[in-house]
Ligand binder design. Structure first.
Ligand code: ADP
Length: 783
């Protein structure tokens, strides 16, 4: 006999199938909504309930929020009590006791919660209940007759509750209770998982955004670091620095300030700065604004937690929370500031400080590099100016010969000075008793009264522009000419800048050169170097001119006295010839005619007269020859020196037949033929004359090419000369022997020297006493 189906057992099987399906469905549900949909649908469908809802506790566990309700639940549920948990009701109970509550009909609910609004349209009686009522988002007009309230727990931790409502009285069977408990437990786990997942997703999203921000900041910083190496315009780099700071720190504004005339003026600022703030920071902050001056003076970064806008004279920046001011120094001086302001009040973190410092350091490097470049350029400009000035003076001193007048040098120096400067004029004062006399002026002074004042001679001791350099020996530069100090102020209103420089000659100030400019100008180091150089060179030029003048005077004097002497020598020797001739010839006649009448002593005296007369004649002849070297006109032409030698040798051989006079091949030279003849004659005849007693005299003439000239050598094998006499023998009348030993007048070599020098050559000798001498001389080649 078939066993009739047990209705409980089949319901149980049905419910456990359901649960199985729920488990599977929940495994796939990843979001809170999906979880709730699965749970509520299953609860309703499995139990034939009218509606269901899930209420979740807020994190502190103070109130409940209805997060999902099955259709009609809003109308039906009296228990879906979202709101504060202090309202006494079934959900609170279920949660407190950690136990599910099942109300099979309205009466059982009413008995348990008599004050709970369970009648249709009825209102709670107690004030706090009324309060709760007023907070209920869910109305109670519908009447749920049976209800199950299950606390949703995760371990021991309450999450909320699941409610299931029926419109009819409902008996909760054990399988149904187990089903609901299991469903609630699964719901709790699934909701928690969904929650975790959601949190994780949010965290990942937040972290991704953070990383992207950091990457952007890093990219910006890398680009900035590269720019620090390459960018020379500090304002451009400051713009980049601002962008880096903004990328690295959220909600900040930044600006780059420079000090100008006692004000910190913003030159570059971030785009977010409001127009009124931009106008204010651009107009400038006083140098002594407390935070600004403290950063500038201490030369260390000021990170002010909290910002006093008014105290710093920047009223429009009151919205900034904290401000950082970082000084940038060049050559030990604070020249600019990098400022960062947060848009919320807060404290600077170490990371933020580090970033701001790093960025500012980059700016500092660029500033320093810019400064070094500027200094180098200035130095170059200075050198250029100096070179220019020196070149100008090189040209000036080349004219030494033509412009011996010192004032002409001063004028040139003034012209050079003015050519290197903006419009103005130049004066040159020398002291004249109690007055300064303007000796040289270039350019118009631009005012007749001023010119008259200058011409009248300003008083010494009351004219600082001249007195100061004169007395101190130092240049006196007035960027801002002290009007009224030298002259009545009304006549120098058009004058703005003055430089006064002492001019030295042999270490003493001899005058003051003044450059006056109509326009204002700060004398730059370059200007100063230029002016100093010009004036120093002027002093040197004056000294050289003086020396050159002195030299010229001395040369002229010497030339004059030489010419006079030569003239005298010529005249004397020429005029002496006749009387000497008369003396010697009359002495000869006397000897011939009256010699027999004289005794032996008388005859000796007479012979002496004749000999001395002849010597005197020789002297006069030689002297005449000597003076003629200069006075007689001579003709320099190509001359065959071999031919000249041959004639001379032939002549000399007559008097010394035993002597050997030879030559090598001799060149054609540019010379006066007669003088060359005389030169060779003197040198060869000396070689023969100063012979050694037992040695056959031999003189040999040769020549060697030496660049544009020929070096002749006249070598003999005679007695030789001691080296200490090498200089003396070329002087007129200087002899090394008495006439009794070797005849002569001591003029021959002096004549030779004059001839050679007249041809632009040189004469010298080499000799070994007892072996012989070689005389060398040079003459230009004929080519
Ligand atoms: P002078 O021969 O008439 O004395 P010079 O002017 O020719 O005058 O020579 C000056 C002096 O130089 C000579 O007195 C002689 O002492 C010395 N002297 C010149 N030539 C030679 C020579 N070739 N060898 C040695 N002594 C010489």
């Amino acid at each position: 006999m078939p066993v009739p189906p047990d209705p409980d057992a089949s319901a149980s099987a049905h419910l456990s199938d359901r649960l199985q399906a729920v488990t599977e469905a929940l495994a796939a549900a990843s979001r809170q909504d999906d979880v709730l949909a699965v749970v509520l649908t299953s609860a309703r469908d499995a139990l034939g309930a009218t509606a269901g809802s899930v209420l979740l506790l807020d994190p502190p566990g103070q109130s409940l929020t209805l997060i999902s309700a099955q259709e009609r639940s809003r109308e039906l549920s009296r228990l879906g009590q979202a709101g504060p948990l202090d309202v006494h009701g079934p959900v609170r109970d279920a949660l407190e006791k950690r136990e599910a509550l099942f109300f099979e009909d309205q009466r059982s609910l009413g008995q348990r919660y008599p004050r709970w609004p369970h009648a249709q349209g009825s209102q709670p009686q107690e004030p706090h209940a009324q309060e709760a009522q007023s907070q209920l988002p869910i109305g109670v007009p519908g009447a749920a007759v049976a209800t199950a309230v299950l606390p949703m727990l995760l371990g021991d931790h309450p999450l909320g509750a699941l409610t299931v409502d029926f419109q009819e009285p409902h008996h909760f069977t054990d399988p149904e209770i187990r089903f609901l408990r299991s469903l609630t437990a699964q719901c709790a786990v699934a909701l928690d998982r969904a929650q975790l997942r959601q949190e994780l997703e949010a965290r990942v999203e937040a972290r991704t955004a953070e990383l992207e921000g950091e990457r952007a900041a890093l990219d910006a910083f890398v680009a900035y670091k590269e720019a620090v190496g390459a960018e020379s315009d500090v304002h451009v780099l400051a713009g980049q620095a601002i962008r880096v700071v903004q990328a690295g720190l959220q909600h900040v504004s930044a600006a780059y300030y420079e000090l100008e005339g006692g004000w910190w003026k913003a030159r570059v600022w971030s785009e977010d700065v409001a127009p009124d703030v931009a106008a204010e920071i651009q107009a400038g902050v006083p140098e002594d604004a407390p935070d600004f001056s403290s950063a500038a003076r201490s030369q260390t970064a000021v990170f002010a937690d909290g910002w006093n806008a008014d105290a710093n004279d920047l009223p429009s920046t009151g919205t900034y929370g904290a401000v950082a001011l970082l000084p940038l120094t060049v050559n030990g001086e604070t020249r600019s500031l990098f400022a960062v302001g947060t848009q919320d009040a807060r404290i600077w973190s170490d990371r933020e400080k580090a970033l701001v410092r790093a960025v500012t350091r980059g700016l500092g490097i660029t500033l320093e590099r810019t400064e070094i470049t500027r200094q180098l350029q200035a130095r170059n400009a200075e050198l250029d100016a100096r070179t220019q000035a020196l070149e100008a003076f090189a040209r000036l001193t080349q004219d030494l010969a033509t412009h011996g007048d010192p004032h002409e040098f001063v004028r040139r120096a003034q012209e050079v000075t003015l050519s290197l400067l903006p419009p103005g004029y130049a004066l040159y004062y020398e002291q004249d008793g109690a007055h300064w006399r303007n000796r040289v002026q270039v350019g118009s002074v631009g005012n007749d009264d001023l010119q008259a004042f200058i011409d009248a001679g300003p008083p010494v001791g009351h004219t600082p522009s001249v007195d100061v350099p004169w007395t101190t020996g130092q240049a006196y530069y007035q960027d801002d000419y002290a009007r009224g100090s030298d002259t009545p102020p009304e006549i120098v209103q058009h004058v703005n800048t003055v430089a006064s420089l002492p001019v030295f000659r042999h270490g003493a100030v001899v005058g003051v050169l003044i450059a006056v400019l109509f326009d204002g100008r700060q004398w730059t180091p370059t200007d100063r170097v230029t002016l100093d150089t010009v004036v120093r060179s002027l002093g040197l030029a004056l000294e050289r001119a003086e020396q050159a003048g002195e030299l010229r005077r001395r040369t002229e004097q010497l030339e004059r006295s030489n010419a006079e002497l030569e003239q005298f020598a010529y005249v004397a020797s020429h005029d002496l010839q006749a009387p000497i001739r008369a003396v010697t010839s009359f002495a000869g006649i006397m000897e011939r005619r009256y010699g027999s009448l004289l005794d032996e002593r008388g005859q000796l005296y007479l012979r002496q007269i004749v000999t001395s007369g002849e010597h005197m004649k020789q002297l006069v002849d030689d002297l005449l020859t000597f003076s003629r070297v200069h006075t007689e006109p001579h003709e320099v032409l190509p001359v065959d020196s071999a031919a000249v030698f041959d004639r001379v040798a032939q002549r000399l051989q007559v008097d010394a037949p035993d002597a050997q006079v030879t030559r090598a091949a001799l060149p054609t030279v540019r010379a006066d033929a007669l003088q060359l003849d005389q030169l060779l004659q003197n040198l060869i005849s000396n070689g023969l004359k100063y012979r050694r007693p037992d040695v056959t005299p031999h003189v040999r003439v040769s020549a060697e090419r030496d660049g544009p000239v020929w070096r002749f050598a006249v070598a003999d094998n005679g007695i030789g000369i001691e080296p200490q006499y090498f200089g003396r023998i070329f002087e007129i009348f200087q002899r090394l022997h008495v006439r009794e030993t070797y005849e002569g007048t001591g003029i021959g070599l002096a004549v030779c020297k004059k001839i050679v020098e007249q041809h632009g050559g040189q004469l010298w000798l080499d000799s070994t006493p007892g072996e012989g001498s070689t005389f060398y001389f040079t003459l230009p080649d004929a080519g």
